[in-house]
Design a protein around this ligand. Structure first.
Ligand SMILES: Nc1nc2c(ncn2[C@@H]2O[C@H](COP(=O)(O)OP(=O)(O)OP(=O)(O)O)[C@@H](O)[C@H]2O)c(=O)[nH]1
Ligand SMILES: [Mg+2]
Length: 334
């Protein structure tokens, strides 16, 4: 099985610019031979700034360019002139990018909103020129301070898509079909497992609010051990307020359907207990193939101790009700 194409994890090194050194110089003009010190300050080094770009959805562009360096500040000049500051370096990342320092694993930024900017490595300050060191006992100072060094950081960037509802389920359950019913998203749909290789987002737009749904690749038993497509893409539903657990209801008794849900929930637990603890609604799909499905739903609900609904993504049965229910139960974002 090919790994998903989406790059949602990448390591990069960033370095902010060094500050320019302070200058040592003395004013020498025709009629002022002892004009005194006039060495200016060095310029500031450029910052490395991450900016959240709402039109990006992968970190792939950083794979090709793992090193990013902002410009150094220029040394101070004669006649008290400041050295030029180094240009800041802007690194564009998708919304939902979490930034960690590799050595400590510490999270130093989480870019969740469009155009959010974070100075990830500040440029070094410029040094002071000798003009600052003049005193009554030292009229010709030769001191200056060097520019401060920039910071170098080894970072791990992880993309965690920001969706309100995560659609999880076995391959072929009909997750992508449901997403295409509920939103304008047009994910690939096909009658074989592992059609979806990358997470897909879709949006339900209402005048007063929007709801973002994430459709992720299918999970199977053993996903935590790398079976199927593995379980790494579960990070994209870690931020969801609700998980919609979609089950192919076209065959099996209530016990079988409940067992399928439990198997996947065990995989969620292995990925992260927090994820497994999220509110779930179980949705039995493919109602069009099976008129008795609504009778099984309450039994499955009892077995699992959670809410269970029936729909047909293809025929559209129960989809509007599900949509209204999602809008009702998922809290609007702050
Ligand atoms: N009869 C019927 N078939 C459905 C329904 N929903 C989806 N299907 C079919 O089930 C197959 C799989 O649908 P997908 O939407 O690709 O399923 P998926 O869960 O996204 O699958 P993966 O991406 O592989 O995990 C397709 O052939 C769909 O046409 C439904 O409500 N009724
Ligand atoms: Mg799919």
């Amino acid at each position: 099985m090919l790994p998903p194409m989406l790059r949602d994890e990448v390591e990069i090194t960033v370095r902010s610019g060094n500050g320019g050194d302070g200058m040592v110089s003395f004013l020498r003009e025709k009629f002022r031979p002892e004009g005194g010190p006039d060495g200016g300050d060095g310029g500031r080094g450029g910052d490395v700034i991450l900016v959240a770009n709402p039109h990006m959805n992968t970190l792939g562009h950083l794979v090709r360019r793992p090193r990013w360096r902002a410009e150094d500040g220029i040394k101070g000049g004669y006649k008290n002139s400041f050295g030029k500051s180094g240009e800041d370096l802007i690194v564009q990342v998708p919304c939902g990018t979490v930034v960690r320092i590799i050595e400590t694993q510490e999270i130093i930024a989480d870019l969740t909103t469009a155009e959010q900017r974070v100075v990830i490595a500040a440029g070094g300050r410029g040094g002071k020129g000798n003009v600052h060191f003049k005193s009554s006992i030292n009229q010709t100072p030769r001191q200056f301070t060097p520019g401060e060094m920039g910071q170098e950081l080894h970072l791990k960037l992880e993309l965690k898509l920001i969706a309100d509802v995560g659609i999880v389920g076995f391959p072929n359950a009909g997750k992508s079909t449901l997403l295409s019913r509920l939103s304008m998203a047009r994910p690939k749909i096909a009658p074989y497992p592992f059609t979806t290789l990358e997470p897909q987002l879709g949006v339900i737009e209402r005048p007063d609010r929007t709801l973002v749904l994430a459709d992720i690749p299918g999970l199977i038993e053993g996903a935590a051990d790398g079976k199927g497509l593995g379980h790494q893409f579960l990070r994209h539903v870690e931020r969801c307020a609700l998980l919609l657990h979609l089950v192919d209801g076209s065959e099996g008794e209530a016990e079988d359907l409940a067992a399928k849900v439990r198997v996947l929930n065990a995989e969620l637990q292995r990925f992260s207990p927090e994820l497994a603890a999220k509110t779930q609604i179980v949705v039995l799909n493919k109602l069009d193939t099976r008129p008795d499905l609504p009778e099984l739903a309450p039994v499955v609900a009892k077995l699992l101790g959670c809410e269970v609904r029936c729909i047909s993504g293809v025929a559209g049965m129960g989809v509007t009700e599900l949509e209204n229910h999602l809008l009702l139960v998922v809290p609007p974002r702050a």
